[in-house]
Design a protein around this ligand. Structure first.
Ligand SMILES: *[C@@H]1O[C@H](CO)[C@@H](O)[C@H](O)[C@H]1NC(C)=O
Ligand SMILES: *[C@@H]1O[C@H](CO)[C@@H](O)[C@H](O)[C@H]1NC(C)=O
Ligand SMILES: *[C@@H]1O[C@H](CO)[C@@H](O)[C@H](O)[C@H]1NC(C)=O
Ligand SMILES: *[C@@H]1O[C@H](CO)[C@@H](O)[C@H](O)[C@H]1NC(C)=O
Ligand SMILES: *[C@@H]1O[C@H](CO)[C@@H](O)[C@H](O)[C@H]1NC(C)=O
Ligand SMILES: *[C@@H]1O[C@H](CO)[C@@H](O)[C@H](O)[C@H]1NC(C)=O
Ligand SMILES: *[C@@H]1O[C@H](CO)[C@@H](O)[C@H](O)[C@H]1NC(C)=O
Ligand SMILES: *[C@@H]1O[C@H](CO)[C@@H](O)[C@H](O)[C@H]1NC(C)=O
Ligand SMILES: *[C@@H]1O[C@H](CO)[C@@H](O)[C@H](O)[C@H]1NC(C)=O
Ligand SMILES: *[C@@H]1O[C@H](CO)[C@@H](O)[C@H](O)[C@H]1NC(C)=O
Ligand SMILES: *[C@@H]1O[C@H](CO)[C@@H](O)[C@H](O)[C@H]1NC(C)=O
Ligand SMILES: *[C@@H]1O[C@H](CO)[C@@H](O)[C@H](O)[C@H]1NC(C)=O
Length: 422
């Protein structure tokens, strides 16, 4: 009984947190019925150059005074737009397909002329950046919920989102009580999860779980579970003046290092990661500098296919052990040019005898990025077991039939010696 009371109290408190701190937006359709609901927290960190040639970082959030003009709902697409301050805006585009909806892009515009945020900037332009969120496969008529922090980094801008509750395509004007949780919120419970929930259609490994309203409490500032590193979103632009990315990479990273008898693993935190690199015609490079580790991913484009061909990892493990491991002869994530490579399940790749690389929720495109978003994905084989199993079964059956036919033919030949037709 008391346990039940504590649970109800938690639900109440959880709800209270949403109401008291988040940015709440309600968008109505033309019949004045609720069609999009959002309650979320977002922090921005923007690096800009000042007139005296210093790079400084401005940190700000959406103030209580904002408007939602520009938001709209349609049957298959909808837009959440939040306008604040002197010409800043933050918007998310959603689309609906089948029985699920997803967020296609986040567009953030900031006005460098706003002297309350940017002091003495070199430029007075309004800058727009596009990122691709990981809000997908949200079951229709449920709210997407993500209490965990998600960080989107493009070279000058970092956006941190947390305590997110969004429902696009609200049915009949009332927000759903059912929840689709993001994968970061779902505690890693080995094997014992009963498959009772409704599973969304595609992308099974990354798919959020529906209706898990009874999740254990996450504190307002949760740290991701040690089991899975946070998914970072990194992008490179062709030059400082372009608005669209030419290289995109989303992944959570972990490295495993062997030193003599000792083996240590370390998750790489997206917080404060410095992103650099370049895009070329035949070579592209992504450099990620975490607090203690620097990773250089070199991609190559050869006969209409790209692959990760070199990885250079240097740094210090949390135990203080310094290391430097390079392999310039890799063939990972190989995909046709014009596509992106995707692998949602955990991947373990041996880089050197000492170093293993683990990736989670991987999606990369080092060449041929169009409009700043990923092209069609080619998925790693392990992601598609649902397709693979029937193929294997089918192939086994075909093999069996062939064996039977051959045995029959041989049998006939033994019985009637000579060349008789069957
Ligand atoms: C968001 O920004 C505010 C003010 O800059 C800061 O106090 C807070 O710690 C930030 N929260 C996160 C989660 O980064
Ligand atoms: C500021 O950042 C830009 C772009 O990252 C870079 O080109 C420039 O050299 C930096 N300036 C200083 C003074 O660090
Ligand atoms: C940017 O800020 C400046 C100064 O506050 C203002 O005059 C200008 O209208 C703003 N730009 C936009 C696009 O709102
Ligand atoms: C988002 O939707 C709005 C309105 O439908 C559209 O004008 C805008 O181009 C879209 N943005 C992206 C990045 O697709
Ligand atoms: C809709 O679902 C069907 C079957 O579940 C699938 O074949 C089709 O590709 C899906 N369409 C989209 C746009 O996802
Ligand atoms: C922005 O900068 C340009 C040139 O640097 C200047 O001509 C213009 O007056 C500035 N605009 C504002 C609103 O400060
Ligand atoms: C939640 O989902 C269940 C099963 O999908 C459905 O029966 C129920 O009506 C939903 N509840 C609400 C409030 O939408
Ligand atoms: C989803 O939650 C609602 C109550 O919030 C419950 O009535 C329903 O049975 C649940 N559906 C599933 C499939 O667990
Ligand atoms: C970016 O724009 C500035 C000012 O418009 C210009 O001086 C600079 O050369 C441009 N850089 C590139 C790489 O095009
Ligand atoms: C990110 O880094 C900043 C400063 O380095 C720190 O204050 C903040 O707590 C960190 N956030 C997380 C989630 O680790
Ligand atoms: C790997 O990176 C380190 C540090 O950035 C550098 O000293 C080393 O030369 C690089 N090795 C290769 C083969 O590129
Ligand atoms: C990763 O792969 C290496 C080599 O195949 C293997 O020795 C190691 O046990 C694997 N690690 C994990 C955690 O699966």
């Amino acid at each position: 009984m008391s346990r039940y009371a504590a649970f109800v109290l938690f639900l109440f408190l959880g709800f209270e947190i949403y109401l008291s701190q988040g940015i709440e937006v309600k968008v109505n359709d033309k019949d004045d019925k609720l069609c999009l609901y959002a309650n979320l927290m977002v922090n921005f960190s923007v690096e800009y150059e000042t007139k005296d040639n210093k790079n400084v970082t401005a940190e700000f959030t959406i103030p209580d005074a904002f408007t939602s003009s520009g938001s709209s709902c349609d049957t298959k697409t909808s837009t959440l737009k939040i306008n604040f301050g002197d010409g800043h805006s933050w918007s998310v585009n959603f689309s609906l397909s089948n029985k699920t909806y997803q967020a296609d892009s986040i567009t953030f515009s900031y006005n460098l002329s706003d002297s309350t945020i940017f002091h003495d900037p070199l430029s007075n332009d309004t800058v727009t950046v596009n990122t691709q969120p990981h809000i997908s496969d949200v079951v229709m008529d449920t709210c997407y919920s993500c209490k965990s922090k998600e960080i989107f980094t493009t070279d000058a801008v970092s956006q941190t989102l947390w305590n997110v509750l969004i429902q696009a395509f609200v049915v009949n004007g009332s927000k759903s009580e059912n929840i689709t949780s993001c994968s970061a919120d779902i505690p890693v419970t080995p094997t014992t999860v009963a498959p009772t929930t409704v599973t969304p259609t595609t992308h099974t490994t990354a798919a959020p779980v529906t209706n898990v309203t009874t999740l254990p409490p996450t504190t307002p500032t949760p740290t991701p579970p040690p089991a899975i590193p946070p998914t970072g979103r990194y992008s490179i632009k062709p030059d400082e003046n372009s608005t669209e990315a030419c290289l995109l990479a989303d992944f959570g990273l972990r490295i495993g290092l062997k030193q003599g008898e000792k083996y240590e693993e370390m998750n790489l935190d997206t917080n404060g990661t410095k992103v650099s690199g370049f895009c070329g015609v035949n070579n592209s490079e992504l450099v990620l500098e975490f607090a203690t580790v620097t990773m250089v991913f070199s991609f190559i484009n050869e006969s209409q296919r790209f692959r990760l061909h070199a990885l250079n990892v240097t740094g210090k493990m949390s135990s203080g052990v310094a290391f430097s491991e390079v392999n310039t002869n890799l063939s990972l994530w190989e995909t046709a040019l014009g596509s992106s490579y995707m692998c949602n399940k955990k991947q373990n790749d041996t880089i050197t005898n000492q170093l293993s690389l683990f990736t989670f929720d991987l999606r990369v495109q080092p060449f041929g990025v169009k409009k700043g978003v990923f092209s069609t994905a080619q998925e790693c084989s392990g992601d598609d077991t649902s397709i693979l199993i029937p193929i294997i079964v089918g192939a086994a059956l075909a093999g069996l039939i062939l064996v039977v036919v051959i045995a029959y033919v041989i049998g006939r030949r033994k019985t009637y010696v000579g060349y008789q037709t069957l």
